[in-house]
Each structure stands twice: as C-alpha cells, then as structure tokens.
Design a protein around this ligand. Structure first.
Ligand SMILES: Nc1ncnc2c1ncn2[C@@H]1O[C@H](COP(=O)(O)OP(=O)(O)OP(=O)(O)O)[C@@H](O)[C@H]1O
Length: 352
C-alpha cells in the first residue's frame, strides 16, 4: 500500500486544459472519491495515476518514488496498481476462480501459493461458493466482485476504480457500496474511486475531492463537505441546499454569529474567512432542508411552489419575493401557491 501525491499536476488535450495545477495527497490506506460533474477531469486524473496518460506539468508520486514528472514516466504495468472499470472485463470462457487467478498465472506464482491467495481473495469478496461458476451466470454485482478479487490478488499498492457501480441497479449499488467498504477495511488498500454519484461518495469515502472544471474545489470528509462547504458552488453541488443572501452583524465571541436576512435576525456558523471579518459584511448562507422550519406566522415570507411526497417526509419547495428558491423537509404537505413563512436553526456562512 502507498501514499499517492499529486504535485501541481496539469494535463491538456490539444488546447484544452483538462486538469489545472492539481495538488493532492492521498494517504496510505485511504479511500478517496473523486467527485464532480461530467467532464470535470475525474477519469483523466485516474488515467494519469494509472500511467495511461502523462501530465504536461507537475509530478505524481507513489510513496517516495516518482510515477510521472518532467523527466520520467513509469509504464502502467510497472506501477503495481489495480484497476476496476464499470465494464467488468472478465474472460467469459473462464470460471470465476480462473478469472481471479489469471494475473497470478501470468506472474508464474507457484500452484500451492496461488491457491491460498485465490481463496483468500474470493473470501474477501464473499464469492467462495461461486468459484466454479462462469461469469455469464452471475449478477452484475457478483461480476464486479470478481473484478475486485482479480485486482486484489495482485496485491496492488493502490486500487483505482472508475465508476465501478454505474451499470448496476439502485439496490445492487447499495449492496455493492457495503462490499467496497468491507473490502477497503479488510484489505487496507489505498483506493481512488471516481464517481459522479455523491451519495455513493458520501457512503464510502474517507474523504471526497470535489472537482469542477479541472480544479479541486474542496477536499474534505463527507460530513465537512455537507456542513461546511467552502464555496457556494460546492454547497449547491453537495446535497440539497438553499442559498440565502444575508448580512453578518459585527463579530462577536464564539462560533455562531448573528446574520440579518430580509430584515430578520438569525444565527449562523461561519467559515474561517468569514470569522476573520470583524466588521459587518454581506454573505451567502447555505441552509440545509432539515434545518428549515415552516411556520404560518413567524419568519421569512415565501410562496409554496412544490410539494413532493418522499415516503418518510415531504420535500417542500418555496420561492421568496427576490426569486431565491428554498427547499424544506416537512412531515406535512403544503398547498401549492399558498403563502407561508419559514425560519432556520442552522446555517453556514460563505463569503462572496
Ligand atoms: N484522450 C482525450 N483526448 C481529448 N480530450 C479528452 C481525452 N480524454 C478526456 N478528454 C476531455 O477531457 C475532459 C475531461 O474528461 P474526463 O473523462 O476526465 O472527465 P470526467 O470528469 O471523468 O467525466 P465523466 O464523468 O463524464 O466520465 C472532457 O472534456 C473530455 O472530453
């Protein structure tokens, strides 16, 4: 296993700069998700790590050894990295055991040793009972676990996963998320997981690197990304959020600070840049739906523009007079077009 370091890595295809001075440390044994909208450069980052592409600037290290820099570029097969794609790339005419053992055969590992490694890997992905089956007889999730086991037997320093669950249905995806987490815990592998599905990233990763337009917008634990987004764009991208414009009061002690929104006073948590502003200043407030309270009489006025039943609760969409959209959760539905008021008991202030 190994730490991966990206030092000011840039990559262009023709005139288009797809990665822009990306710097990131992925700790030994960490599972990090690269999360971002389509085209933001996630796969390119993975391909650079695997050695399929070479950076134009900057360097990539595994531990203390250089994988790629201006002078050297280690070939993919010399990087000792396992790669799992969304297409499982299994040999259809081989059994599960033969598929998993294939890399060991190529490496001419002795038979007895091969058997022990093979069964250990199959056990880790709960496929011991499927050793003699052919891939065609397996479900998508089971095939993906075969691909994972095959990558595991090579004892890679890092496992690179490119949207490995995107071909599976919602239920199987959830089951497989648990399999990946278990696999990560048991193997202790450094894992880089590319996805555009934030719930997947939230459920599995130790940290998430949010990418927009070839740049890292925030690298943080899932909980921090949700409760303390660095920018309005991250706040809008991660989870449901309403962005309100507010005016912070002068600095007081403590981590909470008074903020005025449309003439009414609330309290907000603040990021470190906001906290360093002593004087009153305008801010954007990120308010999550679970912190909004609907009220008939008190709070900010808004109009109900949507009410969707989610099973355990309703999602109520509101529109304020300045056009700001607000999303709240409620135990009850709300009448479309009706006037309502709302307050919030938690918010996160971001300096514009
Ligand atoms: N070999 C290539 N030649 C030219 N352009 C490329 C090449 N590979 C990627 N790109 C471009 O680089 C940009 C980033 O692509 P990349 O596949 O890294 O994005 P992504 O975030 O993984 O997107 P997705 O989630 O859709 O897979 C895209 O605009 C893509 O068209």
């Amino acid at each position: 296993m190994a730490k991966l370091t990206y030092d000011n890595v840039s990559k262009s295809f023709g005139n288009i700069e797809v990665l822009k001075s990306v710097s990131l440390d992925i700790e030994d044994g960490e599972m990090i998700a690269l999360l971002g909208p389509s085209g933001c450069g996630k796969t390119t980052m993975l391909r650079l790590t695997a050695g399929f592409e070479r950076p134009n600037f900057g360097a990539i290290y595994k531990g203390s050894s250089v994988l790629s820099d201006a002078r050297c570029h280690l070939a993919p097969e010399k990087r000792n990295m396992g790669i799992v794609f969304q297409s499982y790339a299994l040999w259809p005419n081989m059994t599960v055991a033969e598929n998993v053992a294939y890399p060991l055969k190529i490496r001419k590992i002795p038979e007895e040793q091969m058997e022990a490694i093979l069964f250990d890997a199959l056990d880790m992905v709960s496929l011991l009972d499927f050793a003699d089956k052919e891939p065609a007889t397996l479900s998508g999730g089971q095939r993906q676990r075969v691909a994972l086991a095959r990558c595991l037997v090579m004892q890679p320093d890092a496992v690179l996963l490119d949207e490995p669950l995107s071909n599976l249905d919602a239920h199987l995806r959830e089951v497989m998320q648990n399999s990946f987490v278990e696999f990560h815990e048991r193997s202790g592998a450094t894992m880089v997981y590319v996805t555009h599905d934030q719930s997947e990233a939230m459920a599995m990763a130790d940290r998430i690197a949010v990418m927009f337009d070839g740049e890292l917008a925030q690298v943080d634990k899932p909980q921090n990304l949700y409760s303390q987004p660095k920018t309005e764009r991250v706040a809008r991208f991660i989870g449901q959020s309403s962005i309100l414009t507010g005016y912070l009061e002068k600095r007081q002690d403590g981590c909470w600070r008074d903020v005025v929104v449309h003439g009414q006073e609330f309290r907000t948590r603040q990021d470190q840049f906001v906290a360093s502003q002593m004087e009153a200043c305008p801010v954007s407030l990120c308010v999550r739906p679970e912190h909004i309270r609907l009220d008939q009489e008190n709070g900010l006025p808004a109009r109900v523009v949507g009410s969707t039943y989610l099973g355990e609760r309703y999602r109520i969409c509101l529109e304020m007079s300045d056009g700001a959209e607000v999303v709240a959760y409620s135990g009850q539905s709300a009448r479309l077009g009706s006037n309502i008021r709302f307050t919030f008991d938690d918010a996160w202030a971001i300096l514009n």
